[in-house]
Design a binder for this molecule. Structure first.
Ligand code: SAM
Ligand code: SF4
Length: 382
């Protein structure tokens, strides 16, 4: 990639390589963006393997009010300065480009903790007013720890939010405090009830199991979810934690999760061999709850042991305006610089297309040359 000086221009954020798109540049405005020559002239976010990214993950902040051990150190991280964060208007502009020009049909807001973003309801309302090529509003969802959701669930539903995923790894208050470094389990449960009441369903629960911490709790979590009508999804822990302590050999994998559930709950593969772009493998679950048969769905997101990269349809935007073509990407593409340099919507759309053309076939966790992204999960947007 070239800049005005004619040579490559790289910037780093916490060690991650940022590629400044837009070549060459003029003072007072962004120049034309050159699309890669071998890229076919299609409008969507296609990559060299023919995958089309239609699912946009937008991180609204890198900050959080919990400190889950697998995500953030107890003391927090060096938060992005507010000048580097996209404003609400900038986020809406980029989401509009994604939906109206680049074929995005689903938008998920995440973080850090997206409920910490005061303008969230306004961003959701503006997104709800957009129309995809098929003429419908994009489907909007939120991944959240649910702190404060009890107060905001109805307002978010009224603004156009369709669904929430709530992260909850344990039902035991002392374990919750140990995992998150905050004594807030009751607030999460209140947020979950409010989400159901507001119609933000099906409410999904994301749970990460940690060896020696909550790995004995899978059956309890599933029975509770079936009783409450939530869709539980276990997520394999990924090498995105802050201390580099992830160890594949001690990770609780899909096989182990399944084995721990089977003695307690009947499971039938819900869609054998047809996982598609869905990251979760899904089972229909049923359980005899003292004479009442509880039924529902449970999923396992085995990103490490059964990656779904071949069917990946995701593109990501960080809170500071960087496009990432993968959760594990080590390169980012700076849309914020272009945007603040006066780029037109066409230029921004081409820069996004160009960024996605660099998407690798897979995350490569199993490859000996695998390099972790420098940003932790909370700063990428999970
Ligand atoms: N704060 C919100 C929440 O917790 O739902 C949204 C952001 S959080 C980074 C999104 C999801 O990433 C959560 O479900 C969390 O459990 C998951 N996550 C964070 N770090 C992870 C890791 N190292 N491996 C697997 N999942 C992780
Ligand atoms: Fe915060 Fe979510 Fe990370 Fe937990 S997983 S520390 S709630 S961003």
């Amino acid at each position: 990639m070239l800049h005005a000086g004619g040579g490559p221009r790289w910037a780093t954020y916490a060690g991650a390589v940022t590629i400044q798109l837009g070549l060459p540049r003029r003072r007072g405005g962004a120049g034309p963006v050159q699309l890669p020559e071998d890229r076919p002239a299609v409008t969507g976010l296609v990559d060299p393997r023919g995958r089309l990214a239609t699912d946009l993950r937008v991180s609204l902040t890198d900050r959080c009010n919990l400190r889950c051990t697998y995500c953030m150190p107890p003391e927090g991280l060096d938060w992005l300065p507010s000048s580097r964060l996209l404003s609400d208007e900038e986020i809406v502009r980029l989401v509009t480009i994604a939906v109206e020009r680049l074929g995005v049909t689903e938008v998920r807001f995440t973080g850090g903790e997206p409920l910490l973003r005061r303008g969230l309801e306004g961003i959701v309302a503006a997104t709800a007013a957009l129309r995809t090529a098929a003429g419908s509003a994009p489907e909007q969802s939120l991944t959240t720890n649910a702190l404060g959701l009890a107060r905001r669930a109805q307002g978010l539903a009224d603004a156009g939010l369709a669904r929430v995923n709530v992260s909850l790894d344990t039902l035991r208050p002392e374990r919750f405090a140990a995992i998150t470094h905050r004594d807030r389990l009751a607030d999460v449960l209140a947020g979950l009830r409010a989400a159901t009441d507001a119609g933000l369903g099906p409410v999904k629960i994301n749970a990460v199991l940690l060896r020696g911490v909550n790995d004995d709790e899978a059956p309890d979590l599933l029975r509770w979810a079936l009783r409450e009508g939530y869709q539980l999804r276990f997520i394999e822990q990924m090498p995105l934690e802050p201390h580099g302590s992830w160890d594949r050999s001690s990770m609780i994998d899909a096989q182990e999760i399944l084995a721990s559930l089977l003695p307690h709950v009947d499971l039938v593969d819900a869609a054998p061999g047809s996982r598609g772009a869905s990251p979760a493998e899904v089972w229909n679950a049923s359980w005899d709850d003292a004479g009442t048969v509880r039924t529902g769905v449970v999923g396992i997101v085995a990103s490490v042991t059964r990656p779904f990269c071949a069917a990946c349809d995701r593109t990501r935007l960080t809170a500071d305006g960087q496009v990432r073509d993968c959760l594990f990407a080590t390169r980012e593409h700076d849309l914020r610089a272009l945007l603040r340099d006066g780029a037109t919507d066409d230029q921004l759309a081409d820069a996004w297309r160009s960024a996605m053309w660099g998407k690798l076939p897979g995350h490569g966790i199993d490859d000996p040359s695998f390099t972790r992204p420098q940003r932790p999960m909370s700063a990428i947007g999970g």
